[in-house]
Design a protein. Structure first.
Lengths: 424, 233
């Protein structure tokens, strides 16, 4: 039988009991839909995680000061100072000892409010050095913009560079360049606008685009080392909140990170720091993805097993019901293999239709999940349907049709023509 | 290499030589067809008669290769066909034998044109050629314009005419008919018999199982079966 005739014969057979045919595919539809939706959500999560990690810079090692639960040092009967985190000594040590380090960029959270009019905002003010722009993968936005220069620090200029989101919030549609930002009680002149294209976070915490950056020396001259009073008689002193250590190349990261950890364990008596290595996070994300893939495959396998058994049942019922038709076809010249192909093609068409419907439902479900998760806010899950996942879904549908359709089709082909003709 | 009978009109179309069919039922050996010798020449109208259970259908099923004989030889169109494999048997059924059943055996989910095309699908004809031939056959049997009808929309006589058209799809030399008028009223039965008479006149070999002695008048060769023993009258 020619392929076109086979296709038309199969189509005619399936449309004969359209509702039953569609119901038969339900297991496959739901199975494939679940797989496509979960793959889309998983892929979205993976891409988001990778984007976040990459936005930290894969060649960076980021040290973060962490407030310890212990370590309050009593200075007098009436005041306490808690000193913790990354110190200037740490910076000096890394600069002096570590060979494979290209840049070292300390960042200090100035812990001062930024005002918009009379209102405080959640915009973060940090103090750092000019290489900050490079290690955080940020870029200047306006041609007139400039970043901090060594001179700014030397002359203790009250200048700052503003992230794009912070600029929008502070100045709306006005040109921010040349305007002033009040940080604490000091007015800073905006000399540049920058953005983090990946929406990166400073040390994995503060949204870079919602940050105002000033020269480290200026901040020190204004507010000194004690950065925040925590209440009556209690203060905390942190030299640096973050330290970006940028390696010469990615291969040097594991060794450098290991040596840094060894050094910090020895130099810090309390757990007042954290080491973030985006490269390690990436490796970990890849491992997580492998686990996710295994879990997804298992779920898909179970769903498709159930769907496939449903298809096999329907096909067996179909064959029983159409035994006489098989007898007639055999009497009119059909070979065993014609019957086998006909029923196998029916099974594959059923599962392929199920797969296509399932893929559509999966895309819809993942889009709906994304929409619901983002209701009322801009954060939420992101679903990414890749062409590969659709191809895999359809290939799996076809494979299910073949796997579960072969036995019924073989059984149909083996029917004795005369017995089949006499079947009532 | 054997010369096909189609090129040698003198050669018999069908030759049975000690063809026998037995089977076991409850430990008893049943002789469905005792060793039978029979020669049917091209263009013959054969009626096979006999009481119920005598072996008429067994003989017809053996002719139609729907059943394998226990022993003996069956030559069709000059070729031994009783021991062919499935593919070859199907090819013979497809190209050399047309079958007409008492209960029509049309596929109800197909149109009558599609039903007529079924044997041609297995002969590998192109879609266009198939449909053209199908339409011509239906026209020939008075079903012009009904191509899209389903069998359930037709009368018994019309269904049998579709079945006859289907049996002629691949232009086989022999038509096997199993009680083709059994489900029809007398007048419609007569019409169907006239169709077979016409096919016979056109050179087809007809082998028809029937209970109705009236149809003997159409036969040029008569076979009677009693208790599995076939005799030629």
């Amino acid at each position: 039988m020619r392929s076109l005739e086979l296709a038309l014969t199969v189509y005619a057979s399936l449309t004969r009991h359209l509702v039953r045919s569609l119901l038969a595919t339900l297991g496959i539809v739901l199975g494939i839909a679940a797989v496509v939706a979960m793959l889309a959500i998983g892929e979205g999560g993976r891409q988001e995680a990778l984007r976040q990690i990459e936005s930290q810079g894969v060649d960076n090692i980021i040290l973060r000061s962490v407030k310890p639960t212990e370590g309050i040092v009593q200075q007098s009967s009436r005041s306490f100072t808690q000193r913790y985190g990354i110190t200037q000594g740490d910076v000096d040590h890394v600069q002096g000892v570590f060979q494979n380090v290209r840049l070292i960029v300390p960042v200090m959270d100035v812990r001062r409010d930024i005002y918009q009019g009379q209102q405080t905002t959640d915009i973060k003010a940090v103090a750092t050095i000019p290489a900050f722009l490079e290690v955080t993968r940020c870029r200047l936005v306006d041609r007139r913009s400039r970043f901090l220069t060594p001179t700014d620090g030397q002359v203790l200029d009250p200048v700052c560079v503003v992230g794009v989101k912070a600029a929008r919030r502070l100045f709306g549609h006005l040109d921010p360049l040349g305007r002033n930002v009040v940080i604490g009680n000091v007015s800073f002149r905006v000399v540049g606008l920058f953005e983090s294209p990946g929406g990166g976070r400073l040390g994995g915490q503060y949204e870079l685009n919602n940050t105002v950056v000033m020269p480290l020396e200026t901040a020190r001259s204004l507010w000194g080392g004690i950065t925040m009073r925590m209440g009556r008689g209690v203060a905390e002193q942190v030299d640096y909140d973050f330290l970006y250590v940028s390696a010469r190349d990615v291969d040097a990261i594991p060794g450098t990170a290991g040596r840094l950890r060894t050094y910090l364990r020895a130099a810090h008596t309390q757990a007042d720091y954290e080491v973030l290595v985006p490269y390690e996070l990436m490796q970990s994300a890849r491992k997580t993805r492998r686990i996710f893939t295994i879990v997804m495959t298992s779920i898909a396998a179970i769903s498709l097993l159930v769907g496939g058994i449903g298809i096999m049942n329907i096909m067996l019922a179909n064959i029983f019901e159409r035994t006489r038709e098989i007898g007639v076809r055999r009497a009119l010249g059909a070979r065993k293999r014609d019957i086998l192909w006909q029923f196998l093609a029916e099974s594959v068409l059923l599962t392929s239709i199920g797969g296509a419907l399932g893929a559509g439902l999966g895309i819809g479900t993942s889009a709906a999940a994304e929409w619901f998760s983002k209701m009322g806010g801009d954060s939420g899950i992101t679903a990414v349907v890749t062409p590969e996942s659709l191809v895999v879904a359809l290939a799996v549908s076809v494979a299910t049709g073949i796997t579960f359709g072969t036995h019924p089709a073989w059984k149909a082909a083996q029917l004795d023509p005369l017995t089949a003709l006499r079947h009532e | 290499m054997e010369t096909p009978a189609t090129q040698d009109p003198a050669r018999p179309l069908i030759e049975l030589n000690a063809l026998e069919k037995t089977y076991q039922a409850g430990g008893v050996l049943i002789h469905a067809l005792r060793p039978t010798d029979l020669v049917i020449r091209r263009g013959t109208f054969v009626t096979v008669m006999g009481p119920s259970g005598s072996g008429k259908s067994t003989l017809l099923n053996l002719f139609g290769l729907l059943m394998r004989p226990t022993s003996g030889s069956y030559r069709l169109d000059g070729r031994e066909v009783s021991r062919l494999d499935d593919d070859a048997t199907s090819a013979v059924r497809c190209r050399l034998i047309g079958m007409v059943f008492q209960s029509f055996n049309l596929l109800s989910h197909l149109t009558i044109l599609e039903n007529v095309c079924v044997p041609m699908q297995y002969a590998g004809l192109s879609r266009g050629a198939m449909r053209q031939r199908g339409r011509d056959l239906l026209d020939q049997f008075g079903l012009a314009g009904r191509y899209g009808s389903r069998p359930t929309q037709l009368s018994g006589g019309q269904c049998q005419r579709v079945a006859i058209a289907r049996s002629l799809a691949n232009d086989p030399p022999v038509i096997l008919a199993d009680e083709p008028t059994g489900n029809l009223d007398e007048r419609t039965g007569q019409e169907v018999m006239q169709i077979f008479q016409g096919l016979h006149a056109a050179g087809k070999t007809i082998i028809m199982v029937t209970h109705n002695p009236v149809y003997r008048k159409f036969a040029t060769q008569m076979v009677t079966i009693h208790d599995g023993r076939a005799t030629e009258e």
